[in-house]
Design a protein around this ligand. Sequence first.
Ligand SMILES: *[C@@H]1O[C@H](CO)[C@@H](O)[C@H](O)[C@H]1NC(C)=O
Length: 502
Amino acid sequence: MRPRNIIFLLLALGVRSIAQITTQTSSDHDLSTSPNSLGLSSPPQASQTLPDAISSSTFASPSETTAPEQISSGTLPSPSDPTSTGSQTTSPKQTSTDTLPSSSDPASTTQTSTSDASTPTSPEPESGQWDVETNPDGSEEVFFAPSDSNPLMIAYYADWTNPTIPDFLDWIDFAFAIPTKSFSLAWDDPHSAPLQLAHLVSAAHAVGTKVKLSIGGWTGSRYFSPAVSSPQNRQTFVKSIVDTYYQYNLDGIEIDWEYPGREGQDGNLVDHKDSQNFLAFLQLLRSCLPRTAKLTAAVAPQTFADEHGQPMKDCSGFAKVLDWILIMNYDTFDGSPDPGPNAPLFDGCKNSTEPDSNAVGAFKIFKNAGFREKQMVLGIPAYGYAFRRHPSPAFVKTDDGGDRGSVTFRSLIQQNALQRADDGSFQSSGGFSRQWDECSSTPFLHSSDGGQVISYDDPESVRKKARFAQAMGMRGVNLFELSGDTEDWALLKAMAGGLYSS
Ligand SMILES: *[C@@H]1O[C@H](CO)[C@@H](O)[C@H](O)[C@H]1NC(C)=O
């Protein structure tokens, strides 16, 4: 990939400033074959029922006034308007708990009054919000008013890890709550997740960071299809979500259904009407959440399946009800027998067997399907993918202790495959050598005898992706997930550097 090719690509997308996006051209290594499975890295599976309600009054209220500290690193450019990015001082609207529906009986079909809830209550929606417009004939239409504010820095908190929380993020997404077969919510880990989420919300709110609950995930999408399949089921499911929203003093909900109309993980229930039911569910959920709540969806780099199993060409109905989509641009070669990039920025060599499974391709797909730039957030992995061909002296263990699968950036450093150099970059060590794959704009490591290949992301590739998101006018970037980054947030700071560059 030569820089001029990148310029061509970005011009085709209507970008004004491309001068700062360049790549290194150092690699001749073949990193491409057929990407197939897409999805989040697998959390441990669990399907317990939601534990007893924790009274929201036991949690600290979000601070109204505490301004977050700036990141201490001198390398991070300050956003021009600190009040609209990481330094939000506006606390989420407090909601009086006595108006809330009871959450003591999740299976109850008692309905929140959806017709009341859908009536706008706030006279002046802030920009970047969902709103309702009244047509001349008196009918109402939901629309989304994009925000002009600075792009968002977001990261996932995975409940199977125990990450520390940086104080400079706009949003944290807590992963995962899981739909049950009775259409309520369970946790990945019913013993620790409820307290983790409670602590996360108070810690995050204290530094001006908002929290969304992510529902589903790769191993948690089995029962989405029946949960949205009828008006009655949707009512039950929405009530459980709204109860949880209030119970934990959340700021938003992310639906991570992998995937409507497609099976995803083996055993997931699937129906040809999934996507239209999904939309009806999102509309109901939107109308039952307060207007300040953000409603988002995590998506693969392709649109939802239509009734015939084909990617939908028109997603404008979804674009009207979702604040933004999170494009899960990772796991591209998970499941492929041959090494390939985990999270390509683009099909830089124009010979990928999945030319759209990358950040640029996904951006174009969703733009053409009806999403605005400001409704797209680019997902960026804090992990790589190890492929092992044969035993070799230099060897990195994956996160689950195996020799093939995902491995966090932090673990690559802990296992001495990467070392921080004096200039802050991460260089290979321990019998590995690092090369740059110009076809995907990501680095990879290979052991000297070729026995193991690890495609991954580091501050260099992450910065380019965030720069791309910024140049396209996207809503922001989202790291999966916090525990994969270094203790001093090398990846998040590189993301911020790319996002706030001019
Ligand atoms: C794609 O092109 C690059 C650069 O020319 C090359 O190194 C790589 O082997 C090609 N991959 C495939 C699958 O053809």
